[in-house]
Design a protein around this ligand. Structure first.
Ligand SMILES: Cc1cc2nc3c(=O)[nH]c(=O)nc-3n(C[C@H](O)[C@H](O)[C@H](O)COP(=O)(O)OP(=O)(O)OC[C@H]3O[C@@H](n4cnc5c(N)ncnc54)[C@H](O)[C@@H]3O)c2cc1C
Length: 390
């Protein structure tokens, strides 16, 4: 029975685990060691903060179905002293677009999503034109649109609400850098921090996001998760786009409303995506060469736009299959990993926090079974590929 849990990293994953542990079993001592309480470099604070059901694997769809349920009810769940957090959830939908080449995959994914009760409509081009008259559909064959349950919210607000509630329930947050893990055989006995303290643990959770590979290395474990920089551009334009969703172009370029402006981005080409690029730089060439031409083609009104600001964050990128790795490693008895979300960890935070808490407290999942995301597939080289990585 775990009575002391130490969590490395207090972003959405670490704070969600802390919240669910304390909410479920107040006798468990929970310590979260987070080196940066401002979250200035944390992915959770730098993301596009959006949620969708349009994934290609059943478990990802189910995790996000729970994610939206959690976000919709966050005011009551995470209320502290009568204050109900608001994360400004807009269920504006995702619109995945496909050319003739991608249509079969879009239809296949849509069938799976519908089977799992996700509220997604498949639209042909006349329907696309009628619902989104500002869209250029000349090269499109179809689109899949989230009628409800998909949209965007305040990601930083989610993390701070989870942290505040976890603390109110008795979790302790320590502002320090984890610099070592002390082991006795297959057992982690303590977590060493740069403040000079060693925190004794029955279970340690690696929730260190894009830095989780270095925490795994402290145990001699090779975690295939790397820090891959992604830039977001906030643009203004005189364009008027009624009922604008989060649109995913067939090229992978995305944009969505952000107040009266828009944010947009895309992933760089796979052969030009090195690890650990500096976060204080932004890939302006990607905007000029790829994003802007794509936006102007898809939405002619975007011919006129201006970049107002931009920033970069890290995807904690699982190079095996772009899906999270969640669970114990077979060589270590008491370290739970929750890493490698590859661009969809914010929305999977609630399902992950609940699942990891169950795994620690009960030794098994009792709600949503996350066991297919465990280490076995990594060690056996059996990817569960998520096709819809945005
Ligand atoms: C540009 C961009 C857009 C994204 N868009 C979306 C989106 O629309 N929807 C979505 O669901 N997801 C999105 N994501 C992904 C999402 O942000 C991440 O998957 C998620 O935030 C990961 O959460 P985390 O808690 O694991 O990582 P983080 O939020 O990075 O938290 C990890 C924490 O660990 C701390 N830490 C690391 N090492 C140590 C150490 N040694 N000692 C102490 N503390 C340590 C760090 O300071 C950090 O705060 C996006 C990411 C980026 C970069």
């Amino acid at each position: 029975m775990a009575s002391k849990v130490v969590i490395v990293g207090g972003g959405v994953i670490g704070s969600s685990v802390a919240y669910f542990l304390r909410a479920t079993d107040p006798s468990v001592e929970v310590t979260v060691i987070e080196r940066d309480p401002t979250y200035a470099r944390s992915s959770s604070a730098l993301s596009a903060a959006s949620i969708r059901q349009q994934f290609s694997t059943p478990l990802s769809v189910r995790m996000s179905l729970y994610g939206i349920e959690f976000l919709r009810s966050i005011g009551g769940r995470l209320e502290v002293d009568g204050e109900r957090p608001s994360i400004d959830l807009h269920e504006g939908g995702y619109l995945f677009l496909a050319t003739a080449r991608g249509e079969a995959t879009l239809r296949e994914n849509h069938a799976l999503q519908r089977e799992l009760s996700a509220d997604i409509s498949l639209l042909d081009t006349p329907q696309l034109r009628s619902r989104f008259p500002w869209l250029n559909t000349e090269d499109l064959a179809a689109g899949a649109f989230g009628e409800s349950g998909e949209g965007w919210f305040d990601g930083y607000g989610l993390v701070t609400a989870l942290r505040r509630k976890a603390r109110a329930l008795g979790a302790r947050y320590v502002a320090s850098d984890v610099i070592g893990l002390e082991c006795s055989g297959r057992h982690v006995t303590g977590v060493r921090a740069s403040n000079g303290e060693t925190y004794a643990c029955d279970v340690v959770v690696n929730a260190a996001g894009a830095w989780s590979r270095s925490i795994a290395a402290m145990l001699g474990i090779d975690l295939p998760v790397y820090a891959r920089r992604r830039s977001i551009f906030n643009v203004s334009s005189p364009a008027r786009l009624d009922a604008c969703p989060l649109l995913i172009d067939p090229s992978g370029v995305y944009f969505r409303p952000e107040g009266r402006t828009w944010i947009c981005g895309t992933s760089p080409a796979a052969d030009n995506d090195p690890d650990d690029l500096p976060l204080d730089e932004v890939d302006h060439a990607l905007f000029d060469d790829v994003i802007w031409p794509t936006l102007a083609h898809r939405v002619p009104q975007f011919e006129a736009l201006r970049v107002e600001r931009s920033w970069s964050g890290y995807y904690e990128y699982n190079v095996l299959d772009h899906n999270a790795i969640i669970g114990y490693h077979p060589d270590i008895d008491n370290c739970v990993f929750a890493n490698g979300f590859s661009g969809h960890g914010l929305q999977q935070g609630p399902a992950t926090g609940r699942g990891v808490s169950e795994l620690i407290l009960d030794g098994k999942y009792s709600t949503l079974d996350l066991s297919s995301l465990n280490w076995a597939r990594v060690l056996e080289g059996r990817p569960i590929v998520e096709k819809n990585v945005v």
